[in-house]
Design a binder for this molecule. Sequence first.
Ligand code: BEZ
Length: 255
Amino acid sequence: MDNINKWNADKYNKHADFVSNLAFPVLELLNPQENENILDLGCGDGTLAAEIIKCKSKVIAVDLSDSMVEKTKERGIEAFVMSATQLTFVNEFDAVFSNAVLHWVKDADASIKEISKSLNDNGRFIAEFGGYGNIKFLTDAMQEVFNRHEEFGNFNNPWIFPKDSEYKQLLQDNGFNVEYIELIPRPTKIDDIRNWLDIFANGIISHLTKEQQNQFKEEVRAILKPKIYSKKDGWVADYVRLRLKAYKTKNSKKE
Ligand code: BEZ
C-alpha cells in the first residue's frame, strides 16, 4: 500500500511553521561554529538551515521531498533529495543535525549507521524528533476510525516514537558516545486538526476515496475535540520530543 506522505511546501509554510519556530533549543544544542561542515538531515523548507548558516557554518541540506528541497535551494542553500537510510556522504561532516524528521524513518538502525558514516571521527549528532508517547491521542483516534470502517483497511502507522533508553542503546551499538538524551513532553499548539492531518497524515489515507478521506478527517476531529481542544488554547497536540547529543567515536563500525 502506498503510505508515503506528500509534502505541500505552501501548506506547510502556512500551517506548520511551529515545527521550526519551536526548534531553537535543538539549534542551541547544535551550537554551530564558523567554518564547520554541517548536514541538515530532513531540512524541510530550509528555515533551520538558513539559521545555521547565519553562524557562518557550511551547510548541506537533504530531504526526501523534492518540493521541500526546491524551497531550500531558493534560499541559496546547497540541497539534495536524499533518504536518511541512503546518504552518500563519507566522513564529511563535523555535525549532523536533524529536527522533526527521524520519527518518519522506520529503520532507525539504518539511519544511525548512515549518520555515523557521514560524520568525521568525533563528529556530533544532534537531533530532536517524536519520542515515546508522542501524539498518542492523535494516533489512537486515527486507529479508532480505521477500526470503525473495515472498508478503510488497516491503519498503517508511518511513525516510530522510541524510548530514550532504546534509542540510546541503538546509538551505543553503533559506536556513538551519548552525551545527552531526554524525552521532553511539549504540548504544541496547532491549527485546526484537519490541517495537521492534511499536512502530516495524507499518506495514511491516500488509498481512500476523497469522500472517505473527508469522513476520516471529520471523525478523527470529532474524537479529538473533547480531548485536545479548548476555547482558551485552541488545538493542542500531545507532542513528546526525543532530544539528543551524541559523538561518533573511533570505535564506530565502518559499514
Ligand atoms: C512530530 O513532529 O512529532 C510529528 C509530526 C508529524 C507527524 C508525526 C509526528
